[in-house]
Write a protein that binds this ligand. Structure first.
Ligand code: NAD
Length: 501
């Protein structure tokens, strides 16, 4: 395939389409992988194969890393103000292709068109943050002693890599690329093998925007490709987003090599609902958090902790769940195996005494019966001991745990090993503050169901939801992909030198 080959993604509706075989993007061109191992890519809405993806190995990883290493010196020496011009153009190109990209996300991931579009728009917001970096990245300088000046500059690290999950094929790579590239690094992106096309399109758009060959490379695959990147001596820093199990493995492996690692993991987000919470705001917001993107969001509401006399709020939330239309308001689940896993959680919770208020098991969408579907589900009287009460389900399932007091609710949240998001629903400033000071989560909300910090506030959780220091977006992202150089300067002999000079 030539450098100009752009995979055609012509979808403008939910109709089934076949796409090209996914290719790696290396040194500014589409490359056939050296591996014989290819997986299929399935459209979750139809349950049909839309293409194939190479499961790259060491040879392919080395080709991508070598291309990134070769491109590094020239990109590093390009002034930041020039580097950022590429991002301005990428933003314009994404806006030009917004509809195509939104459908593409929908086709490979199963989201509704509107959800796909929202994820692309959030990707644009991340680009805007990267675009603003040159206005913030001037390091401080100070006369630290007589005749002595100290200054700091944030310098690129070299070849960096990013690994992304299936649930936001276009947005998550844009959590990493803007800051990493503006900083002067070159990059190898390893997208989820379940959704390879968004990353290909991203590479093509950066190329069209004038990014020099080799600065951004895409290598497809799974565990072997990730391990190849982590172990490659020329890869200096790795950002990872995925499940806690894999985040922990990748973090430990990279840290053992002495590499800079930031690995975001899974979640079990608790939304605490006080009896004084606004009925409509709370029930609609909690339902939107639990069922939006079919619950396949690391920021989704997983547990509603209903405190005290909140029966009306529980009833209203279940009522909201019944209004969500499968296939229209929420999309498909990524795979048949995931539908089976989610079903097992509900079956087990029911067996252990939970009450199924709204049952999404076996739900399907007319005309798309071959797809992977799971309807909105509300479980009441869940306990933290049930798997549905403590493990990440990653589907449109809201587990309601009853608590007598706010302190009991906080204790339930605190006992979770995760720490991505937590929210309180109340009309009392005092209760809100009390809870916000005590929950053990990195991203918190007051009457907000999906408390994703909008840019420039950085994204990242606590505890088992993140391994490594700092957050992945915002200014923290820039700091992750750079290393500070401190330079101390003296130009003349000082008569009044002190021991500090
Ligand atoms: P996953 O962990 O299965 O895969 C993530 C990436 O790791 C993929 O690119 C995959 O190819 C690779 N991978 C899989 N197994 C590997 C292994 N053994 N060694 C090395 N690499 C491996 O996650 P997923 O199913 O694609 O995504 C869903 C998960 O991601 C959920 O747990 C969700 O909460 C989490 N997530 C977290 C955030 C966050 O910001 N914390 C954001 C989005 C998704």
């Amino acid at each position: 395939m030539s450098a100009s080959h752009l995979p055609p993604f012509p979808a403008r509706d939910y109709d089934f389409r076949e796409y090209v075989a996914a290719r790696n993007w290396i040194a500014g061109g589409w490359r056939e992988a050296a591996t014989d191992h290819h997986d299929v890519v399935t459209n979750p809405r139809h349950g049909q194969v839309i293409g194939t993806v190479p499961m790259s190995g060491e040879v392919d990883v080395d080709a991508a890393v070598s291309a990134a290493a070769a491109a590094f010196p020239a990109w590093r020496d390009t002034p930041m103000k020039e580097r950022v011009q590429v991002l301005y153009r990428v933003k314009a190109l994404i806006e030009r292709d917004l509809e195509e990209l939104s459908w593409l996300v929908s086709h490979e991931n199963g989201k509704t068109y509107e959800e796909g579009k929202a994820s692309v728009l959030k990707g644009i917001e991340c680009l805007e943050m990267g675009i603003s970096i040159p206005n913030m990245a001037g390091g401080p300088q100070l006369d630290v002693s007589r005749g002595i000046k100290c200054e700091v500059s944030y310098e690129p690290i070299g070849v960096c890599a990013g690994v992304s999950p299936f649930n936001f094929p276009f947005m998550v790579p844009l959590w990493m690329l803007p800051q990493a590239l503006v900083a002067g690094n070159t990059f190898v992106l390893k997208p989820s093998e379940k959704v390879p096309y968004g990353a290909m399109k991203l590479a093509a758009l950066f190329h069209e925007a004038g990014l020099p060959a080799g600065v951004l490379n895409v290598v497809h695959g799974g565990q072997a490709a990730v391990e190849g990147l982590v172990d490659h001596p020329k890869v200096k820093a790795i950002g990872f987003v995925g499940s806690t199990r894999v985040a922990r493995l990748v973090y430990s492996r990279g840290a053992a090599h002495g590499k800079r690692m930031l690995c975001l993991g899974g979640a079990k987000n608790h939304l605490i609902v006080a009896p004084d919470a606004d009925l409509e705001l709370t029930s609609t917001t909690v339902a939107a958090s639990a069922f939006g993107c079919a619950g396949q969001r690391c920021m989704a509401a997983a547990v509603m902790v209903a405190v005290g006399d909140t029966q009306a709020l529980v009833d209203a939330t279940a009522e909201q769940a019944r209004k969500w239309v499968l296939g229209k308001d929420l999309g498909a689940i990524i795979s048949k195996e995931s539908v089976e896993r989610i079903t097992r959680y509900i079956d087990e919770a029911e067996r252990m005494g939970a009450k199924v208020l709204v049952d999404g098991r076996g739900a399907t969408v007319e005309g798309a019966e071959g797809g992977f579907w799971f309807g909105p589900t509300v479980l009441d009287h869940v306990t933290p001991e049930m798997p549905a009460g403590c493990e990440e389900v990653f589907g449109p399932v809201l587990s309601i745990i009853r608590a007598k007091t706010i302190d009991e609710a906080i204790a339930i949240e605190n006992a979770s090993p995760y720490g991505n998001a937590a929210s309180i629903f109340t009309q009392s400033g005092g209760i809100a503050r009390y809870v916000m000071e005590r929950v053990s989560a990195g991203m918190c909300g007051v009457n907000v169901g999906v408390p994703v910090p909008r840019e420039p506030f950085a994204f990242g959780g606590w505890n088992d939801s993140k391994f490594g220091h700092g957050d992945i977006t915002g200014w923290d992202g820039f700091r992750f992909w750079t290393r500070p150089r401190k330079v101390t300067t003296r130009w003349a002999q000082q008569k009044d030198m002190t021991w500090m000079s």
